[in-house]
Ligand binder design. Structure first.
Ligand code: ADP
Ligand code: ZN
Ligand code: ZN
Length: 735
């Protein structure tokens, strides 16, 4: 007897044994799906192995109900990656294997396309005269059509025939039905692959980078392409792809957010005569599944997608590219909290292909990996083409009369640039009209009870909205504390800024680009098209505008408020701010015109701003890495964060306290483990849940993993463990 080991998507860290199905039909295979009984339910799991016998007596074993696949759904490198990841993130393999599949497969849809059925003519049908059917005109007509060509069963109606008539012909042996498998189009694009579109003449930096990567592009190598904004990184990716695609290999390109960078996608499409598949958020499950299949069959040459596209199976992988590798969207922030960049490097090694991580502002983790010799760094230090670096300047706004958050110098600079028929980009990371609504008479501030955070005023919609939990309520004209009608908006948001701009610069078009103005489908494209049309124009935007956009006519960029990041308690805030600031500044002067950047601050002397401005991002990064080394923070050490939440602001802390005791005492005790907490989370309350955390730090990633492996089975036995919702976040990016 053999026992089938199945990984199930249930929160239990083990595999489950089942008996093979009774039938003579399809038998389970490793990497294929099976439907099995689990408790009272029937669920889908993945076969991971076979064993001679089970630890359970055979009578207790249940039987597999149905075998869904006869071939593995996971190419071996992906299979190894997912197994490793389940261990690293301390999750059940079944959960991880499931998340790597398209939704339709998780729900049991067949992985192979169903064969199509075709009506075809038989020998007898060829030779029988049409004359002989003259008393059955419908049959006669059908036979006549079939003599010309076979007809798909699903297209019978389109040809004015019907299946009943064809069935009669079949009974007379004049025609027949056959399964028709669509021909594999695998080699199609490879045979007609060409490089179209214009190839730019690479500059020296680009040439060196491309040369080095090409030299080793048939085996694993991890590259950091560190190139300032506008230095032509995308051009380097495209050049690397030439050779890879010409060899018939596929490329996987990860980007932070596709809807924001339609231009990048377009550049891949324009350059190559080869199918490009884009996995963007607007695709439905069926379309995603189709992309998954095309990639797996080798029919797509380039697959561009966000974080989860990393799990796309490839028939002939050739390279992985991660654009804006520092971007925080590569870290999944719920459920399986994986870091796609790290997993991509692991996958590249397993596939034995190169991986190129590009950024103007590399993550400190990545730079650290360069130092340790794990990745190799290539630099693009100059802007491509004729573009010059932008001039940067701090504006001290202490004691200044601000209009809509704008200092007088900024306003006059804006006038200059607009008069020269250029465009101005104002960056303000705060949607809505104002960040709070205050009662002038009693000091009351409208607050979301569920999160204990101020409501943001959205004036046009007459709403107060919580930007933490998305709850909203109608704006009232009266203070709910004292009844006064004297309510003041405090803190300028993009909606208010837009209003001020329209008065200050009447006649100049203003485009506000944030989540509120672009939620409608096609709205972002429309805004961007307006901007690209050129001429004097003011853009107001949030985070959305910082990423990857290439606006030819923007010459002045300003960040209206840089201070909030300078005093955060999160040790990563400085890194994030430096990245954002550099990226935003990088939107200025990208096409030959001289760009200028103004940063408004109350603290122009702040060392972070000084380093960033005078020495640049990489100098800031090296300095920050040294600081972190001196206090033993990541990437010099490894973190794992236990998060817990409750509804009464008691149990979560209680659980973490018990956990801390457990981790500190025998048998787990490890003197090189450092614990911090329990402490309230950065956002202590969200959607009515109180959130607490306990941080585990270790100098060795390996030993931290072992420590957690030993600890987790014991954690589940803690008395409070079942009273709270808790999770473990390995390599958290917020703590
Ligand atoms: P990045 O991705 O580093 O921000 P891009 O690849 O988008 O930079 O390049 C910025 C601009 O410079 C684009 O308009 C691109 O067409 C142009 N460019 C890139 N490389 C060259 C080159 N070698 N010669 C001329 N223009 C270039
Ligand atoms: Zn809220
Ligand atoms: Zn009041």
């Amino acid at each position: 007897m053999s026992v089938v080991q199945v990984a199930l998507p249930v929160p239990i860290l083990r595999l489950f044994d089942y008996l093979p199905p009774n039938t003579h039909g399809a038998q389970p295979v490793i990497g294929g799906r099976v439907r099995v009984p689990f408790g009272k339910r029937k669920i889908i799991g993945i076969v991971v192995g076979f064993q001679e016998r089970s630890d359970l007596p055979e009578t207790q074993l249940k039987q597999i109900i149905e075998v869904l696949d006869t071939k593995s759904l996971y190419p071996p490198p992906l299979w190894r990656l997912l197994h490793w990841a389940a261990g690293y993130y301390h999750l059940p393999v079944g959960e991880v294997l499931k998340q790597a599949l398209p939704v339709l497969l998780r729900h049991g849809k067949p992985a192979q396309e169903k064969p199509l059925w075709q009506w075809i003519i038989t020998k007898k049908g060829q030779t029988t005269t049409l004359e002989s059917l003259k008393f059955a005109p419908k049959q006669q007509q059908a036979l006549a059509v079939l003599r010309h060509q076979p007809i798909y069963r699903h297209q019978v109606a389109e040809k004015n025939l019907n299946n009943a008539v064809l069935q009669v012909l079949r009974n007379k042996k004049l025609c027949d039905l056959r399964e028709y498998h669509q021909p594999q189009q695998q080699s199609d694009w490879r045979t007609r692959f060409i490089i179209k579109g214009t190839q730019l003449k690479l500059n020296t930096d680009q040439t060196i980078a491309v040369g080095k990567i090409r030299n080793e592009d048939e085996r694993y190598a991890a590259w950091l392409l560190s190139g300032i904004t506008g230095s032509g990184k995308t051009e380097v990716y495209l050049s690397i792809l030439e050779n890879i695609l010409a060899r018939g290999k596929q490329a996987l390109v990860l980007v932070p957010e596709i809807s924001l960078t339609p231009q990048t996608t377009a550049r891949f499409r324009e350059r190559f005569e080869a199918p490009v598949d884009v996995l963007h958020s607007a695709l439905n499950d069926k379309e995603r599944f189709a992309v998954w299949q095309r990639a797996r069959r080798g029919e797509s040459a380039i697959i561009i997608g966000t974080r989860s596209a990393l799990f796309t199976p490839l028939l002939q992988p050739g390279v992985i590219i991660i654009d804006e590798e520092h971007d925080s969207s590569y870290k999944q922030q719920e459920g399986w909290r994986y870091q796609a960049r790290d997993l991509a490097v692991f996958r590249a090694r397993e596939e034995n292909i190169p991986i190129v991580m590009g950024s103007a502002t590399p993550a400190l983790e990545t730079l650290h990996n360069v130092r340790r010799g794990k990745y190799r760094q290539l630099d693009l230090t100059r802007r491509a083409g004729s573009a010059k670096p932008a001039l940067q300047q701090l504006v001290d706004i202490k004691g200044q009369q601000l209009i809509g958050g704008l200092a007088p110098v900024l306003i006059s600079k804006m006038r200059q640039h607009l008069q020269a028929d250029n465009q101005v980009l104002l960056f303000l990371n705060r949607r809505g009209y104002s960040s709070a609504l205050l009662c002038h008479d009693c000091g009351w501030v409208a607050e979301c009870q569920r999160c204990e955070r101020y409501y943001t005023l959205h004036k046009k919609q007459r709403q107060l909205r919580c930007h933490y939990c998305n709850s909203q309520c109608l704006l009232s004209n009266q203070c709910s504390h004292c009844g006064s009608t004297h309510l003041l908006p405090v803190g300028v948001g993009t909606e208010q800024l837009e209003q001020h701009l329209c008065t200050l610069f009447s006649g100049i078009p203003v485009s506000r680009i944030d989540r509120d103005t672009t939620s409608r489908k096609g709205a972002l494209e429309q805004h961007l098209a307006n901007v690209h049309r050129g001429g004097a124009h003011i853009l107001v935007g949030t985070q959305m505008l910082a990423k990857g956009h290439h606006f030819c006519d923007v010459t002045l960029v300003s960040m209206l408020n840089v201070d909030s990041a300078l005093f955060s308690t999160d040790f990563r805030a400085a890194e994030r701010f430096a990245q954002l600031c550099t990226q935003v500044a990088g939107r200025a002067g990208r096409a030959g015109k001289q760009g200028e950047v103004l940063l408004q601050t109350y603290h122009p002397e702040h060392p972070l701003l000084q380093t960033l401005l005078h020495q640049g991002y990489l100098a800031f990064a090296q300095q920050t890495l040294l600081e972190r080394q001196s206090v033993m923070l990541p990437p010099w050490t490894s973190h794992a964060l236990f998060r817990a939440q409750d509804r009464d602001n008691h149990q979560a802390a209680e659980f973490l306290q018990q956990l801390r005791k457990l981790l500190e005492a025998n048998p787990l005790k490890d003197t090189s483990v450092w614990l911090m907490g329990p402490v309230p989370a950065l956002q202590p309350k969200l959607c009515g849940l109180w959130r607490w955390q306990l941080l585990v730090q270790h100098a060795s990633r390996k030993r931290l993993q072992q420590f957690l492996n030993n600890a987790l089975p014991l954690v589940k036995r803690l008395p409070a463990a079942h009273k709270v919702m808790w999770t473990l976040d390995v390599d958290p990016i917020e703590s």
